[in-house]
Design a protein around this ligand. Structure first.
Ligand code: DHB
Length: 467
């Protein structure tokens, strides 16, 4: 199957959705290829939804056909293959989902699918291992720009959105605009010859900075000796998630200690600065101004929640005086959050994690991607190509001369999300700020691993940054 990369303006259906009091009508162009040489034509497709108003020379949500920002939500989870998102109900309530809300507010929705870690091509080779997912999203952005004359919207106002692995991809897309490292991969799939930098990135709980995430995890969770992971149980014909309780072995505690000891050197190498310009650092025990900075993000979150939720004071790990949250006991807070993953949380010693699987190759399903885990696993196995590992990490591109990094960022990571360390989003947000990006960053109170839970605020932010 091949595509000529030309958008067919005539190939649409008119679709209408209603949620609550709101109705939107749009032209829907669904599941068209965005690369010339797809290896996975099921996923290398995009769906485009354009408010009907723009074909009637009307305004919508304060935007016109020429000024409408482009909402670019990826539906990737778990680094699995993703299909294009479409307007519909949002999980857990009666309102429309993010794509619906975007259309309602006059945005053009361009929803890309992307290859993922489990798929194989017709010759049986894995075709969605890293960096396929980010290369695909870049190709989709390039396709839009290449067809800008045929598609309503302002392609200098592309705003990406994603959750978890999708949040990580949103961050990568935002950080690595036009970076030459991706060029050969884009060429191979026949991406349009265009720019792929974007205007803004919204990232919910990005599972990112993967090669440092094992250390960051133990920096936060080293004091917890039990894990409450996720397991699935069949109830009738439904799957139900139940906590899986594990007590760490002596060996796992030793891994935790070793990883904890390695994190400060990495953190210090970033040379991050806090809001007052002072260095954010860690000492050998894992304490210091960076820890204070993470604690401050928790305190800010608690302070906001306290206004709405008087029962908040019941947590013994918060010190609250006269309605002011003064301090958080980080160790006790972490014990309250509970550990989800065992040491080597990302580069699993038995190659068992989604990340090991992401860094496989055409022929090898899963690989180690940190020398430390490979050494501890005691295997002679191949290590993932470090240049590919680097292509999956936004941290390196921020501030690099070769990349255009998005100016505007919104990062949300639930305060009790245990899928990765709180240090990971804090490092990302801080590095972005240190390089002059505008970052709206919060750890929503009481929130675990989730996304798209505050759509009203998300779109208010988008309206504000696109003005
Ligand atoms: C996701 C969650 C994880 O814990 C992880 O390691 C990778 C991806 C996800 O929900 O996308």
């Amino acid at each position: 199957m091949q595509s000529n990369l030309r958008f067919d303006e005539a190939d649409f259906t008119v679709r209408t959705w209603t949620f609550g009091e709101e109705t939107v009508t749009c032209r829907a162009y669904e599941n068209f290829l965005y690369v010339k040489y797809p290896s996975d034509p099921e996923h290398q497709v995009m769906s485009l939804y354009v408010p009907q108003a723009y074909y009637e020379n009307k305004a919508s949500g304060g935007f016109t056909r020429d000024t409408a920002p482009v909402f670019f939500p990826n539906a990737v989870g778990g680094y699995m293959p993703g299909l294009p998102a479409s307007p519909g109900a949002s999980r857990g309530n009666e309102d429309g989902n993010a794509s619906f809300q975007a259309l309602r507010r006059g945005y053009v929705v361009a929803a890309p699918g992307a290859r993922g870690r489990t798929t194989k091509d017709s010759s049986g080779r894995f075709n969605g291992k890293a960096p396929a997912c980010i290369v695909d999203l870049k190709a989709a952005v390039r396709y839009l720009r290449a067809n800008r004359d045929a598609i309503p919207g302002n392609f200098e106002r592309i705003i990406s959105n994603g959750t978890s692995a999708g949040g990580a991809l949103s961050a990568l897309l935002g950080a690595t605009g036009n970076h030459p490292d991706y060029a050969p991969w884009l060429k191979e799939i026949g991406a349009a010859e265009e720019r792929d930098d974007i205007f803004a990135a919204s990232c919910y709980c990005p599972i990112t900075n993967l090669e440092q995430a094992d250390m960051a995890y133990e920096w936060q969770f080293h004091g917890t000796k039990e894990a409450y992971g996720r397991a699935f149980r069949k109830v009738g014909d439904r799957m139900e998630m139940v906590p899986a309780h594990t007590v760490l072995t002596e060996e796992q505690l030793a891994h935790s200690k070793a990883l904890h000891a390695l994190f400060p050197a990495y953190l210090n190498s970033l040379a991050l600065a806090g809001p007052d310009g002072k260095p954010l650092t860690l000492d050998a025990q894992g304490g210091g101004t960076f820890l204070d900075h993470v604690k401050q993000a928790i305190i800010t979150s608690a302070q906001q929640a306290l206004r709405k939720e008087p029962g908040l004071a019941a947590h013994e790990w918060l010190r609250i005086r006269n309605g002011r949250v003064e301090d958080v006991d980080f160790q006790a807070f972490t014990a309250f959050s509970t550990r989800m993953k065992l040491p080597f949380a990302f580069d699993g010693l038995n190659l068992e994690t989604p990340e090991n699987n992401l860094f496989g190759t055409e022929m090898i399903d899963s690989l180690h991607f940190t020398p430390c885990a490979r050494e501890r696993a005691g295997t002679e196995g191949v290590l993932a190509d470090p240049s590919i590992v680097a292509m999956m990490n936004p941290m390196g591109a921020i501030g690099a001369a070769e990349a255009i990094t998005a100016k505007h960022w919104r990062i949300r990571h639930g305060v009790v999300d245990r899928d990765t360390s709180l240090a990971v989003p804090v490092m990302l947000a801080t590095r972005l700020r240190n390089h002059g990006c505008e970052v709206d960053f919060e750890l929503p109170w009481g929130m675990a691993h989730a996304g798209d839970y505050d759509l009203e605020e998300l779109f208010n932010w988008m309206d504000q940054v696109t003005l």
